[in-house]
Design a protein around this ligand. Structure first.
Ligand code: FES
Length: 123
């Protein structure tokens, strides 16, 4: 059964384990268990929800164009994904991940990314 394990950025916090037999949108799985992922726009526009995939990257569907664009904006390595956009495939896998930034850090980065995107659109 697919299991998503979300590690906290704080070593003392227990990981959150989510059984996901049918896979599905990672954002929905995180919401269902109040996972410590800092969501903001929820639509691949800000980068606040970037996560590092520590195990099971193959359990995720390939990123779509919008997700790839935001990850490129942050010069993200291939192990990073957007939790608001990534979809978990059904199957026998374990997916282990953790947020790149804390809530406050992510909000600051999202504002910077947003202003960068706005600047690019004004060109
Ligand atoms: S919450 Fe903004 S990109 Fe995911």
């Amino acid at each position: 059964m697919p299991r998503v394990i979300i590690l906290s950025r704080h070593a003392s916090a227990a990981p959150i384990e989510i059984d996901a037999p049918e896979g599905g949108a990672l954002v929905d799985l995180c919401d269902a268990r109040l996972a410590p992922i800092p969501f903001s726009c929820r639509s691949a526009n800000c980068g606040a929800c970037r996560v590092e995939i520590l195990e099971g990257a193959d359990a995720l569907c390939a990123p779509e164009a919008e997700e790839r664009a935001i990850l490129a904006l942050f010069a993200s390595p291939p192990t990073h994904r957007l939790a608001c956009s990534a979809k978990v495939k059904p199957g026998l896998v374990t997916l282990r991940l953790r947020a790149i930034a804390g809530i406050a850090d992510a909000e600051d980065e999202a504002k910077r990314a947003s202003s960068t995107v706005t600047t690019n659109h004004d060109d």
